[in-house]
Design a protein around this ligand. Sequence first.
Ligand SMILES: *Cc1c(COP(=O)(O)O)cnc(C)c1O
Length: 354
Amino acid sequence: MRPLAATIDRAALAHNLGVARARAGSARVLAVVKANAYGHGLERAAAAFAAADGLALIELDAALRLRESGYAGRLVLLEGLFGADEVTVAARAGLSVVVHGEEQLRMLDAAPPDSQLDVLLKLNTGMNRLGFALEKAAGALARLRAHGAVRTLSLMTHFAAADESRGVAWQLDPFNAFAGGQALPCTLANSAALLRYPQTRADWVRPGIMLYGCSPFADQSATELGLKPAMTLASRLIAVQDIKTGDSVGYGSAFIAPQAMRIGVIACGYADGYPRHAPTGTPVLVNGGRTRTLGRVAMDLICCDLTSLPAATVGAPVTLWGDGLSADEVAAAAGTVSYELLCALAPRVPVLLR
Ligand SMILES: *Cc1c(COP(=O)(O)O)cnc(C)c1O
């Protein structure tokens, strides 16, 4: 069998939830499990996050699956409903829905008489993607307060730069100015805000990436934050080549050997979710030792430098990311973020549990 597999460490997921809970203080924790729990598997992540107060996600079908499998906690649809036809099914499943725009208010107006939903009114405080502008928020809130289909109401916003130097005050202050008089529960913080700005905790926090053991920050590692990687993508060398000065490696001859070298060929490629844009020099572990990729990532294979690893032969274990090599580091080398790597784990990769 092809030696590539992803291992999901359920104890690490539970550990990271504990870190989030400790940071949350008295706020309740909505564990974000969108995109198949950032590639970790929805059902197994939900089980590992049993100590969370609720789960938040984008996909209605996934939320319904969680309910059908007996999940009884709060389930929040972060983008709300996409059509009036979804009101009844969401109400029947007891889902909480974000209302971020006029169209969604009108969907509620079309709700059957017996439908009741828990609604989070989303305010646009500067991300400028979803949400009511603050000038329109009072009007939307008045409509929701009077609405027969609304069982409970909360307020929500989302930070654009909690992981960067711009921070949160420019969004938090106007949000608080509006929310202050409303006596409604509020939810604001993603992982970055929860970790760096305790003043954003409010009533419910919404951590995602940190639960999977990655850092939302470019300048602070997951280890420094006390997080443990939950997904390890591992494979083996399936070939070793001795090449001469001037020989090239892989498609496009993108790497040319400056001297005689030994290179390893890893059973993993972009069809497995490894980023094709990872350049020569992207870190990888072979036999537990750190080395670098060479040349272009192909659909099924990646080459690496064995110059510093003379003991590595065919069959040597390889870690693409996870235990011992953070997905954050691999992502940074490939010009992206760990979120994208984790979510991109391909269906053809077998998943093992630990
Ligand atoms: C994805 C998402 C989160 C979680 O963000 P992280 O950066 O992964 O912690 C929180 N809130 C909303 C609205 C989201 O879409």
